[in-house]
Design a protein around this ligand. Structure first.
Ligand SMILES: Cc1cc2nc3c(=O)[nH]c(=O)nc-3n(C[C@H](O)[C@H](O)[C@H](O)COP(=O)(O)O)c2cc1C
Length: 171
């Protein structure tokens, strides 16, 4: 699948089939996270692959009962690494590391879609609770949870603003 098709066709998926992700796909998903650009190539990010089970259930609860998280065979908890980010001081900690992880997340979602998998970017969760569940050190801050699995729905696009609202050409 070409990248234009993936960008156009990807949708947030919140219903998943009860089917595992093939092991060969897991390494492609991992590569997609690692290959994303990052500030100074410092890669101030860390990912935890949580497979369906008790930890996934706890994470779904910490995400205010977004129960589709525990229905997916995999949830990727995407974190920034504040220790690495400190290389660039306050800008590193408050901005670059978030961009580093966001670039990885978009890669992950597009590669998952190209493999026939569905994802959704979940930002609404209790950070402290997710950190406690995964026993994360203080310098690792969870910023998104991405459930991954075979889609059991085919939602329409929710639409986008017209380009005049979002894009300006300056010449
Ligand atoms: C930063 C961010 C946080 C989000 N948080 C949630 C969330 O907590 N729960 C959820 O169901 N979807 C969440 N979404 C998904 C958006 O609702 C979704 O991307 C948007 O409605 C556009 O739909 P599409 O992804 O199908 O194009 C989030 C997306 C982003 C980028």
């Amino acid at each position: 699948m070409d990248v234009l098709e993936a960008i156009k066709g990807r949708r947030s998926i919140r219903r998943f089939k009860d089917a595992p992700i093939p092991a060969s796909f897991l390494s492609l998903l991992e590569n997609s996270l690692l290959e994303a650009p990052s500030a100074g190539n410092l890669q101030s990010r860390r990912f935890y692959f949580v497979f369906r089970g008790e930890t996934g259930r706890q994470i779904a609860r910490a995400a205010y009962h977004q129960d589709f998280i525990q229905e997916a065979p995999l949830a990727v908890v995407c974190c920034v690494n504040l220790k690495i980010a400190s290389h660039y001081g306050e800008r590193g900690r408050s901005l670059y590391c978030l961009q580093d992880v966001a670039a990885s997340i978009e890669n992950l979602m597009l590669v998952a879609y190209a493999l026939g998998l569905g994802t959704v970017w979940v930002g609404s969760f209790d950070e402290k609770e997710v950190s406690r569940i995964l026993n994360l050190p203080d310098h690792i801050r969870p910023v998104a949870i991405v459930p991954v699995g075979y889609p059991d729905e085919n939602p329409p696009s929710p639409g986008r603003v017209g380009r005049e609202h979002a894009i300006s050409h300056i010449r």
